[in-house]
Write a protein that binds this ligand. Structure first.
Ligand SMILES: Nc1ncnc2c1ncn2[C@@H]1O[C@H](COP(=O)(O)OP(=O)(O)OP(=O)(O)O)[C@@H](O)[C@H]1O
Length: 371
């Protein structure tokens, strides 16, 4: 089931939660709505669900206008951050719930389906519990499960009614980092098996990059960019997207010294910390080879966390630049250059991103072309 959103607008008083949203979600895709707190992700999800009404615009399910269709008839499944399992019911009954509450004989054409037989419910619930790899907890109660297990059950319960669309609002938000990581990989594998069109809200860029087929980056109720994880990371359309998708060093005005004596570029330039190379001396021009931009800096400190090391350098204008490298690379570099706090070094970007004035279009550059 594809979802199309057309010129959707929603305000809460003076707050604009959805600002002219146009979005196509192809059938079977797993799409992440990504953005900072308050950018309108949940509101957009709730409008797709039918839990919130838009001020204007439309939502189409597979080409059919569903803007005014009641939530019960939209056939969507939900998973929220705070697992809303029923504490007094077993896991089996929790998963069976959506099927048990159906009418014995639904009105034809109402969009509501009839209740399956008890045998059919049993078969289906056990099949779903196997799918989420928790068939062995069928007789337990929610309080006897871990948070991660409860979220897997919440997902099984959402899938039990065979939704055409699955909506997930920060489903792993309340879990600790390690369980989150496990569950997002698990969700990705599950989606590859089930293929139900899914929309996933998160403010965690790593989570979106790892799980989604496509990422929709939202900012202040507007879509900044949408594309594959590689598209938005490698070819950010705006400074907001670039900065939201990971750490970045920002350089205003003149970039500093370029060995060829060419004029440095005046635009704002962005370089990710892992795209900078540390040199012990400024590059010399030899054999007519243009080397591009090199920034003189002073080494400040190194912080190693696990396998990665983050180096902090100070530029002559007083601003700081971060460089990230594998821990082993840092160890060999330290020996090679004898880097100590206060020592001079030079940074060469392997890749820079510039935006023309107004921040409308990105220019992805070979750094040599930036001068
Ligand atoms: N029922 C409401 N009444 C008034 N304002 C609301 C209501 N719901 C949302 N808002 C406002 O609309 C904006 C978008 O909210 P929304 O919950 O969609 O953002 P979000 O991106 O999901 O944020 P978060 O990640 O913090 O959940 C926010 O400024 C919020 O305060």
């Amino acid at each position: 089931m594809s979802i199309e959103i057309r010129n959707l607008n929603k305000r809460f008083g003076a707050t604009v939660a959805c600002d002219h949203i146009d979005l196509d979600i192809p059938s079977g895709e797993l799409v992440a709505l990504l953005g900072p707190s308050g950018c309108g992700k949940t509101t957009l999800l709730r409008i797709i669900a039918g839990l919130e009404v838009a001020d204007s615009g439309s939502v189409l399910f597979h080409g059919e206008d569903a803007t005014h269709t009641h939530v019960r008839e939209r056939n969507v499944g939900f998973v929220f951050q705070h697992y809303a399992l029923f504490g007094h019911m077993t896991i089996f009954e929790n998963v069976a719930f959506g099927l048990r509450v159906r009418p014995t004989r639904a009105k034809p054409g109402s969009g509501i389906r009839s209740r399956p037989s008890d045998a059919e419910i049993k078969r289906k619930v056990m099949q779903l519990l196997e799918l989420v790899q928790l068939d062995w907890v069928a007789d337990r109660y929610p309080h006897q499960l871990s948070g991660g297990q409860r979220q897997r059950i919440a997902l099984a319960r959402a899938l039990a009614v065979e939704p055409k669309v699955l909506l997930l609002d920060e489903p792993f938000g309340a879990l600790d980092a390690k369980v989150r990581k496990e569950l997002r990989r698990w969700l990705r594998r599950l989606h590859d098996e089930v293929h139900v069109t899914s929309v996933f809200v998160t403010h965690d860029q790593e989570e979106a990059m790892e799980v989604a087929d496509r990422i929709v980056v939202l900012n202040k109720g507007r879509i900044e960019q949408q594309g594959s994880p590689d598209d938005v990371y490698d070819r950010p359309a705006t400074p907001f997207v670039l900065q939201f998708l990971g750490d970045v060093n920002l350089f205003h005005g003149r970039l500093g010294h370029s060995p060829g004596g060419a004029t440095a570029h005046e635009d704002v330039t962005y370089v990710r910390p892992h795209e900078l190379e540390v040199l012990g001396e400024p590059l010399k021009l030899d054999d007519g080879h243009a080397e591009g931009t090199v920034w003189p800096v002073t080494f400040s400190q190194a912080l190693t966390v696990g396998p990665r090391t983050r180096l902090e350098f100070k530029r002559d204008d007083g601003s700081y630049v971060d460089v990230e490298l594998p821990r082993a690379r840092w160890q060999s570099l330290r020996e090679q250059l004898g880097l100590d706090a206060g020592q001079r070094a030079w940074l060469r970007p392997r890749h820079v991103t510039r935006f023309v004035a107004g921040g409308e279009a990105a220019v992805q550059d070979d750094p040599a072309a930036a001068i």
